[in-house]
Design a protein around this ligand. Structure first.
Ligand SMILES: Nc1ncnc2c1ncn2[C@@H]1O[C@H](COP(=O)(O)OP(=O)(O)OP(=O)(O)O)[C@@H](O)[C@H]1O
Ligand SMILES: [Mg+2]
Length: 428
């Protein structure tokens, strides 16, 4: 799908998008021939890339183009165009491993760092739905299945060793995006990094406590070690609630530009952490008609059901598709044997422990690091917002520190339900 040869990279604008697309035969079936009548608008609400919506009387497509820098910061913050290549490659693999979970891909241009894909409609970004208080009946099941399928089928449990290593080598090229995660998630929240921000003055003391919290910093670096050196599977890599688009009946996953071979718990933890942020933010979105208490409980059921679906699907795949080098058939001939199922259980326990830890690390970075989330930023009352954030920090710290001693997801949910605000005494 990539254009042959190297043509000079050009940033698309509202006025050049139609011209560019009209030269691409793979896009014609989706928009038809009359390029002069297409409507183009730039809808990117993210930090990194340009995203255009292009509408004709025959259909609509999304055009996503990487910029040679971080969009939100401008040309002084360079970022490789190759992230579009990794997003395209990851979407291709994930759509094969978990059919029906991604937008369809129509066109990819490596030189121009452009992906043209299916326009998801009437889907909305899950994070926005969580702020609005919408329930989605298929959410937990869809997310749990998606994660189990991409994780299992991209790992040494399924792939042959050479293919997996070669693919891991390819995705090692996405190191610039990995480095963003290394710094933003695991490093900057724990020292006075320039771009950090938080609800001040309410959280000033808490931020100081976190920076001096030796057990927490040590645990976060253990997680960072896993993030950097455990290439268990091809992850989504940025699996927060802004990377999921939903309707009542459908759940799709977008934006795997941070994809790399890493620990399975990093994706599971990302979504659990973001759901817990949504949970903590609900008090800030309550009004006289709805105190959001029922909705808050629903968010916790999503976390529990997401993990139970993940376990069930992972087990199905363990029993039926274990064709890789790890736990091989010649060593574990009976998939259903006690020995095999015990190994599966240990494998899942380890993913869950990692998930709790990564969930906590992800929550902390969204509250005291550079990049914040709408769940909290849309709470207008600064004291109420800080109270919600403080509660999230308290949950996060406990999850990071207790990740290896929690025996199931219900224990994590109890921690969330019982938590109050983060207290400095606790973290000393
Ligand atoms: N296939 C799609 N269908 C409909 N809307 C889409 C699609 N892809 C992206 N969008 C919209 O464009 C927005 C930005 O897309 P995306 O998150 O991929 O961009 P990004 O620049 O990588 O953002 P981020 O800074 O979060 O990494 C999404 O939040 C969503 O509203
Ligand atoms: Mg992105």
């Amino acid at each position: 799908m990539s254009n042959p040869g190297t043509t000079k990279y050009r940033e698309l604008t509202n006025t050049t998008v139609a011209d560019y697309l009209s030269g691409q035969s793979s896009v014609a079936p989706h928009l038809g021939p009359n390029a002069s009548e297409w409507k183009v608008s730039e809808i990117g609400d993210g930090n990194l890339n340009l995203v255009f919506i292009v509408q004709s009387n025959q259909g609509t497509v999304i055009v996503k183009q990487a910029l040679p820098y971080i969009r939100a910061r401008g040309p002084s913050s360079p970022l490789p165009l190759s992230r579009a290549f990794f997003e395209y490659e990851a979407t291709t693999r994930h759509s094969e491993r978990a059919p029906g979970t991604t937008p369809a891909l129509y066109h990819f241009d490596k030189d121009q760092a452009i992906i043209v894909m299916e326009y998801l409609s009437p889907h909305i970004i899950l994070r926005k739905g969580l702020v609005l208080g919408n329930q989605y009946s298929r959410l937990a099941e869809s997310l749990g299945q998606y994660l189990a399928r991409i994780h299992f089928r991209g790992s040494d449990l399924s792939m042959d060793s050479a293919s997996k290593k070669m693919d891991a080598a390819l995705f090692a090229g996405n190191h610039a995006l990995c480095q963003i995660s290394e710094k933003r998630i695991f490093t900057e929240p724990y020292y006075a990094a320039d771009l950090n921000r938080w609800s001040s003055p309410q959280l000033d003391d808490v931020v100081q406590c976190i920076r001096q919290d030796e057990p927490l910093k040590a645990a976060v670096n253990e997680l960072k070690d896993k993030f950097m050196s455990n290439s268990q599977t091809l992850l989504h890599g940025d699996f927060h609630s802004g990377s999921v688009m939903v309707t009542d009946h459908d759940v799709r996953v977008i934006d795997p530009e941070f994809a790399f071979y890493g620990p399975m718990g990093f994706d599971v933890g990302a979504i659990i952490g973001n759901l817990l942020i949504a949970y903590c933010s609900q008090a800030g979105h309550a009004d006289t008609n709805d105190d959001r208490s029922e909705y808050s409980r629903w968010i916790l059921t999503v976390i529990a059901e997401l993990w139970s679906t993940y376990e069930v699907e992972f087990k199905n795949l363990w029993l039926s598709e274990r064709t890789g080098e790890l736990y091989p058939k010649n060593v574990f001939p009976q998939s259903n044997s006690k020995e095999s199922l015990n190994s599966l259980s240990r494998y899942l326990t380890s993913i869950l422990a990692d998930s709790f830890g990564f969930a906590g690390a992800k929550m902390i970075r969204r509250i005291i690091g550079v990049s914040h989330v709408e769940d909290m930023t849309t709470i207008e009352d600064p004291d109420l917002r800080a109270a919600c954030e403080s509660r999230a920090l308290s949950i996060a710290r406990t999850l990071v520190l207790k990740r290896n001693s929690l025996s199931n997801v219900q224990e994590a949910i109890k921690i969330a339900e019982k938590s109050n605000s983060m207290s400095c005494e606790k973290s000393r």
